[in-house]
Write a protein that binds this ligand. Structure first.
Ligand SMILES: C[S@@+](CC[C@H](N)C(=O)[O-])C[C@H]1O[C@@H](n2cnc3c(N)ncnc32)[C@H](O)[C@@H]1O
Length: 218
């Protein structure tokens, strides 16, 4: 499934980390998401599946959660955990986020935690989020942004991107990508001070946005 050098580096790194319990998050997206009964939710880069399973419990039998991840090790771990806990309304799909295998306007809530910075074409990912959300649907995303544009030598280094820093874009570029995908009036729920990560300086934030339009019509 992973096709490019960066995707391979991500698969190797995160398939190994799937067997550990170290924290891979950079914010509290799921805590702010308030998944409710009957909702259809998606976790982009669902890792070991913890947040997706938590949302599956919140949406109940009438709801459904899809956990999407590129790394086969992560998908295996998440599936095993859901089976062990007997959670049936969650499905884990191995996929790149640039092409999400879900229908247009089929999702109420998208969450993600420390993932979108890894994507090679982040604009495509945001366009996909916009495509799958129903009108009035929302996203709550925790991610990092860089204080300055990342130098080319790091940006094109697959291992550095997989390590969760070299793929980051600046705050301005991040907001521009959101706007291009059709998301305006972004709410910032959490935002850190800058801190060193890898060879650059980044900040973490958790943001909320809505797809415009009322939820009553498709
Ligand atoms: C830092 S971990 C975060 C995992 C989880 N969200 C959490 O908070 O524990 C990043 C995850 O994103 C996945 N990932 C990275 N790039 C991806 C892409 N382009 N498409 C799908 N998944 C990706 C990795 O496999 C990994 O599981």
């Amino acid at each position: 499934m992973p096709e490019t050098k960066t995707e391979n580096a991500i698969n190797i790194r995160y398939s190994e980390l799937a067997e550990t319990s170290c924290c891979l998050s950079c914010g509290g997206a799921v805590n702010h998401a308030n998944a409710g009964p009957g909702e259809t939710c998606v976790d982009l880069g669902s890792g070991r599946g913890t947040d997706a399973i938590r949302m599956a419990e919140a949406v109940g039998a009438d709801g459904m959660v899809y956990g999407l991840d590129l790394s086969d090790g992560m998908i295996r771990t998440a599936e095993k955990t859901a089976a062990r806990l007997g959670v049936e309304n969650v499905k884990f799909l191995q996929t790149d986020l640039e092409q999400i295998p879900l229908e247009d306007k089929s999702v109420d809530l998208v969450i993600s935690n420390c993932v979108i910075n890894h994507a090679e074409d982040k604009q495509k990912v945001w366009n996909e989020v916009s495509r799958i959300l129903k009108k009035g649907g929302r996203f709550v995303v925790s991610d990092i942004y860089s204080s300055k544009p990342v130098p080319e030598e790091y940006k094109n280094d697959p291992e550095a991107v997989a390590e969760c820093w070299a793929g980051s874009v600046t705050r301005e570029e991040y907001l521009l990508q959101l706007e291009t995908a059709g998301f305006k009036d972004i709410e910032i729920l959490e935002e850190s001070n800058p801190y060193p990560k890898g060879k650059i300086e980044v900040s973490s934030w958790t943001i909320l946005g809505r797809k415009s339009g009322c939820g009553c019509c498709k």
